[in-house]
Design a protein around this ligand. Structure first.
Ligand code: ZN
Length: 577
């Protein structure tokens, strides 16, 4: 008897299942393979042969239709739990299932999975915070930037088939090494696909959320706030949220850890666990805020007095400057205050004789609200000259880091570069943000959270305050909540003020957003028309923003509207909007 199966072909544009039969001769020649949910096959589709996944076995054949045959059983695919997860994700991020299943599938033919190793080393004395976190079933753990994450990692691994996520592959490899040293036969996703499929502890970055672990016994997401967990292109799925959903489906505990937990997590209903105030504070470096409004006229264009001092003391310094998307700010030539809207408080730029708010279009005469001066200066647009000024002040050579990755141009104790330089230097005495207002005041709803994440990254490079770790922040808004929180080593202070702002402005995670763009977006939006409970706006030509308090209502609307032909991009809760 031939076997009748349901197959999802690997065709994202189709995203539909079809019924095929598996002829006896294929079943007889399977060897060690068996046909399971998720098994990878080749099937004829519209005159071509394509890859597909088995999504149903022994299904009833449709009446009066001659079934086509599967042409090949290729190998082992994702387990049935991950098939279900792909269904869920396709609704959650309005994406097609083949895109998710591709991430869950090995990049080679797999025809054998070893049996699970019963290998659970004894873990010596876990700290009480980690024990409590996992006993709560779900928890957010806030730790200082230089706190040891091993207690959490080993606590997660001791459950068995643990899934541990880190923002980068380099971090995953470090965790893997620690686990191996402790006696765990851990797998690195996707490299050790077979080992994950056997249920070993699995570590990896974004794609690891789709590791082929049949049943996940615990989930740990380190640095959950990190934006690299979210796919930038649509569907904008987030690995943290996928991993949490896996824990939920498998009835297992999940813990997310971060030095600056995201508002998405803080509003998720999971309890927030923190270290003692003293321990958290000790894990931060000293934050020195250089107020550029009140500087001596002798101060340089780019070097505040504290930075000048540090450079002259011969410290190892990494200078960070934002070269992209430089906002056009203006500040008063007399008192140094940034120009702000009197209505919204937004930072304004200088356009000929007028001050202008780039977001609302509001303009007003260029008169300082603080001192009445009419002399305004533009914050410098170009970044040329920074290296020269640093070299003159420091009296030593400056290495400019311009590329995003690869080895550093040469070993130095003074670098200047964009944010990417923070990923490339291993340690330093001081990180100096030359113009932090570009981060603090960027026209994005998550600007504050993103600025905080940068400070956390810098805090790791310079180390704890007791080891003289120091961050210098040059700014004209020294009272900004981000700086207040970092100064007090207490990210909770920022979370409270941010949440209030998001509530007021109805931004995520208080409301849910979808951004629709692409060549067929106009037609798609006209099909949507007006929908109750969903607010639609368009500030950029060809791009629409949909906003709703009710996420399911928003997702259903997007799913149930027929897509016109052409390119359509739907981003759910994008991080950089
Ligand atoms: Zn002024």
């Amino acid at each position: 008897m031939p076997l009748i199966v349901r197959i999802l072909p690997d065709e994202p544009a189709i995203d539909r299942e079809f019924i095929y039969l598996i002829p006896d001769r294929l079943i007889d020649s399977l060897g060690g393979l068996s046909i399971e949910l998720g098994t990878i096959v080749r099937v004829p589709l519209k005159g071509r042969k394509v890859r597909g996944w088995v999504t149903g076995i022994g299904v009833d054949p449709p009446l009066g239709v001659e079934l086509q045959s599967v042409t090949k059983i290729s190998g082992i695919g994702p387990p049935s739990s991950v098939l279900g997860l792909a269904d869920w994700a396709s609704v959650r991020w309005v994406g097609t299932r083949p895109k998710f299943l591709r991430t869950a599938t090995a990049d080679r033919i797999v025809s054998f999975v070893p049996s699970a190793v019963e290998n659970r080393p004894e873990i010596a004395a876990l700290d009480s915070l980690s024990v409590e976190a996992f006993s709560r079933k779900k928890a957010i753990v806030r730790m200082g930037p230089n706190s040891d994450d091993w207690p959490l990692i080993s606590a997660a691994a001791s459950f068995g088939s643990a899934l541990i996520l880190t923002p980068t592959v380099a971090q995953a490899k470090r965790v893997l090494l620690k686990l191996k040293r402790a006696g765990f036969d851990a797998a690195l996703a996707q490299r050790d696909w077979e080992k994950s499929a056997a249920g070993n502890v699995t570590v990896g970055s974004r794609a690891a959320a789709w590791a082929p672990i049949p049943k996940v016994d615990s989930v740990l997401v380190l640095d959950e706030h990190d934006e690299s967990y979210q796919e930038e292109a649509a569907p904008t799925w987030n690995a943290r949220d996928v991993a949490i959903e896996r824990a939920r489906r498998d009835g297992s505990p999940w813990v997310v850890a971060s030095s600056c937990p995201s508002l998405e997590m803080l509003t998720s209903g999971a309890p927030l666990l923190t270290m003692t105030r003293q321990a958290e504070r000790a894990s931060w470096p000293t934050i020195e805020i250089a107020d550029r409004r009140v500087e001596a006229p002798s101060a340089g264009e780019w070097c505040s007095e504290p930075l000048t001092r540090a450079l002259r003391l011969g410290k190892r310094v990494v200078c960070v400057v934002n070269r992209k998307g430089r906002a056009r700010f203006a500040y008063c030539g007399q008192c140094g205050e940034l120009a702000r809207s009197e209505v919204t408080g937004q930072i304004m730029g200088l356009d000929k004789e007028l001050l202008i708010d780039a977001l609302s279009g509001e303009t007003r005469p260029a008169v300082c609200a603080e001192c009445g001066s009419t002399r305004f200066r533009r914050v410098k647009l170009g970044v040329k000259g920074i290296a020269e000024e640093l070299a003159v002040v420091a009296r030593r050579e400056v290495i400019e880091v311009t590329s995003e990755d690869g080895p550093l141009p040469e070993k130095s104790d003074l670098y200047v570069g964009t944010e990417a330089v923070l990923h490339r230097v291993e340690s330093t005495d001081i990180v100096a943000f030359l113009d932090f207002d570009q981060e603090l005041l960027a026209a994005r709803y998550r600007a504050s959270e993103q600025a905080m994440a940068l400070l956390v990254k810098a805090a790791r490079l310079v180390g704890r305050r007791e080891k003289n770790g120091r961050i210098i922040v040059q700014t004209r808004v020294p009272d900004h909540p981000v700086l207040d929180a970092a100064y007090h080593s207490d990210p909770g202070r920022l979370a409270r003020s941010e949440l209030e702002a998001r509530q007021m402005l109805q931004q995520p995670p208080i409301s849910n957003w979808a951004i629709v763009s692409g060549s067929s977006a106009k037609e798609f939006m006209s099909r949507i028309g007006n929908a109750e409970g969903v607010e639609i706006s368009s500030t950029v030509e060809g791009t629409w923003r949909l906003r709703s308090q009710d996420r399911q209502k928003l997702l259903n609307l997007l799913k149930d509207t027929e897509r016109p032909p052409g390119r359509l991009r739907i981003e759910i809760d994008p991080l950089r909007a």
